[in-house]
Design a protein around this ligand. Structure first.
Ligand code: NDP
Ligand code: MG
Length: 381
């Protein structure tokens, strides 16, 4: 029996992680849940899973939970991150959204835990810090992001030295086929309608801009020790081929399934076992077709910007990520058009102080600078 800590339990990844635990009660016990402020949903989760520890970032929401469950250990504020290092926890699932995912990841790795990692923002922003922590802390990361899970699985087919290229697939998001001139007028509600995946708000908007794919290019470089020259992206509208690895002999190994995150979550949690899952099997005879095309950089400037950030390193990936977090918020609030998002991020990337990021203080300073810059950006015309 593994004790699991679910960070981001009230989000899309968190809920699906809890459903994996509910389907495998002989293997997983939900020892800890951590959330931001959605105490109403967490009350139901506490009733169903009886966790020993609950972390609620928002202090008022934490007080409400304490009043409903007086005997329960409930912590709040920055103390919630310490729950990732609890000696009784075996596996930490990091499904927190945004930059905050850095905190449970560093605590878990330093404590030698296995982390099922959905939060990509953390490793994009703090690659060097996590590489050092992994080398000395003894922890390990197993990918949950479906593309990285696919590559992780495809890499087991050959030797690392025989890999020619990692190929990430992207659905293209909500506006894949919308005429480019109409992109300026799309609303946040329209951006929230993902064609194939059901996910949280930010990642769904990032799927439409392809900032999500840009982050995944950098995530793949971190996870698989690769670089910008050996990672490419293809638009694949059906989201059936989750990503591929091309080997030197020309063979391409891919991982396929219906788009359902429970599969990648369960694989990361049970690795190297493959247990039965409720995920619908793939019926090849019913698939109308699998198509692939090169991404259009004019439609999705986020992609070339990600390659620039990856090649440059230092503060650039942080400016890319945290600038985008602010730009998405400003788009949702109606301050920016959809087509202003890349310009806002580019502004932060151009103005950010260029330094190496090898400690948390520098990371936090550059993150706040990137947010300040993206907040002050005024779109032209
Ligand atoms: P959601 O927005 O649905 O959920 C985010 C979760 O994080 C919520 O439980 C939220 O709590 C919690 N949270 C936010 N801020 C804090 C904080 N400061 N302290 C504690 N908890 C916090 O996001 P998703 O589940 O869609 O995505 C989570 C991560 O997984 C992202 O990094 C995303 O890129 C990645 N990912 C997601 C996929 C998906 O299918 N959804 C696929 C691949 C990767 P509350 O609700 O209480 O505010
Ligand atoms: Mg993904």
């Amino acid at each position: 029996m593994k004790n699991v800590a679910v960070f981001g339990s009230t989000g899309s990844i968190g809920r699906q992680t809890l459903s994996v635990c509910a389907n495998n009660t002989d293997k997983f016990s939900v020892y800890t849940i951590v959330l931001g402020s959605n105490y109403k949903e967490s009350i139901e989760q506490i009733k169903q899973f009886s966790p020993k520890n609950v972390g609620v970032y928002d202090r008022e929401a934490a007080e409400k939970i304490k009043s409903v469950f007086p005997g329960l250990n409930v912590v709040s504020g920055d103390e919630v991150w310490d729950l990732a290092a609890d000696s009784r926890v075996d596996t930490v699932v990091n499904g927190v959204s945004g930059f905050s995912g850095v905190f449970p990841l560093i605590k878990a790795i330093n404590a030698g835990k296995t982390v099922a990692l959905a939060n990509k923002e953390s490793v994009v922003c703090a690659g060097e810090i996590f590489k050092n922590a992994l080398a000395s802390g003894g922890g390990r990361i197993l990918p949950v992001d479906s593309e990285q899970s696919a590559i992780f699985q495809a890499l087991s087919a050959g030797r690392r030295s025989d890999v020619k290229r990692l190929i990430l697939t992207a659905s293209g998001g909500a506006f894949r086929d919308l005429p480019i001139e109409k992109l300026a007028d799309v609303t946040p509600e329209m951006a929230m309608k993902h064609p194939t995946w059901n996910m949280g708000r930010k990642i769904t908007i990032d799927s439409a801009t392809l900032f999500n794919k840009g982050l995944e290019v950098m995530e793949a470089a971190f996870l698989f020790d690769s670089d910008a020259e050996h990672i490419s992206v293809l638009i694949h509208p059906q989201s059936i081929v989750h990503s591929m690895v091309e080997y030197n002999d020309g063979s391409v190994i891919a991982q396929l399934s219906v788009p359902d995150m429970r599969l990648a979550i369960q694989y990361a949690m049970t690795y190297p076992e493959r247990n039965a899952s409720p995920v619908e099997p793939l019926d090849f005879a019913k698939i109308a077709g699998l198509s692939f095309r090169e991404p259009d950089f004019d439609r999705w400037p986020a992609l070339p910007m990600a390659y620039t950030a990856l090649k440059t390193g230092g503060s650039q990936p942080v400016a890319y990520n945290s600038g985008n977090e602010i730009a998405v918020d400003r788009f949702v609030r109606g301050e920016l058009k959809f087509t202003d998002i890349p310009g806002c991020v580019e502004y932060a990337m151009n103005k950010i102080e260029m330094i190496r990021i090898s400690d948390m203080d520098t990371l936090l300073y550059i993150d706040s600078e990137a947010r300040r810059l993206a907040s002050e950006y005024i779109p032209k015309g």
